[in-house]
Design a protein around this ligand. Structure first.
Ligand code: FAD
Length: 136
């Protein structure tokens, strides 16, 4: 997370999904409409995270903005590093839900099926709901 001096060159609606192999998601929170101040949130990809995981925050606060600057224009004020060990699933299933074999009333749904983010969780839930409505 970075506070910055002015708007970035990220286009409306203010977010980039998987722009390259280093980043999973990059957003200008002011353009996105969730912050009054100029700031960026950038999620490192799983492979970039694995590579830099052991570095301390001081080193990360240098490396990560330098890498991001190859992609986004910004003037940094302050950086805050936040590590989330179990945030992303390493394996994602390419279907939206699973009905238990031993109990047809049990349906498993959620981010593991659609991708480890809100969008995936939504798609999984949406497809599960459609299945339930059409197979009552
Ligand atoms: C710190 C953090 C930041 C994130 N930021 C983003 C982001 O910026 N953008 C993005 O797209 N995604 C983000 N994510 C990922 C996103 O939150 C998840 O992908 C999404 O919430 C998954 O939704 P879900 O419904 O599959 O599971 P969850 O939201 O985890 O819901 C599972 C629910 O099941 C309940 N539960 C668990 N066990 C039981 C049980 N035995 N009985 C009854 N209930 C149970 C839990 O209490 C929970 O309410 C973030 C995740 C974290 C942890």
């Amino acid at each position: 997370m970075m506070s910055i001096k002015k708007e970035t060159n990220i286009k409306f609606p203010g977010a980039m999904q998987k722009p390259n192999s280093f980043w999973d998601f990059v957003t200008d929170n002011k353009i996105k409409g969730i912050s009054k101040k100029h700031c960026i949130t950038a999620h490192a990809s799983a492979s970039f995270s694995d590579f830099i995981w052991e570095f301390n925050d001081e080193k990360l606060a240098r490396i990560m903005p330098d890498e991001l600057a190859k992609l986004v224009n910004f003037e940094k004020i302050e950086t805050k590093i936040h590590k989330c060990k179990d945030e992303w699933n390493k394996q994602v299933l390419n279907y939206f839900f699973k009905q238990a074999k031993h109990n047809q009333n049990l349906i498993i749904t959620g981010e593991i099926f659609g991708g480890a983010k809100l969008e995936g969780a939504f798609l999984s839930g949406f497809n599960t709901a459609n299945y339930l409505v059409n197979n009552r």
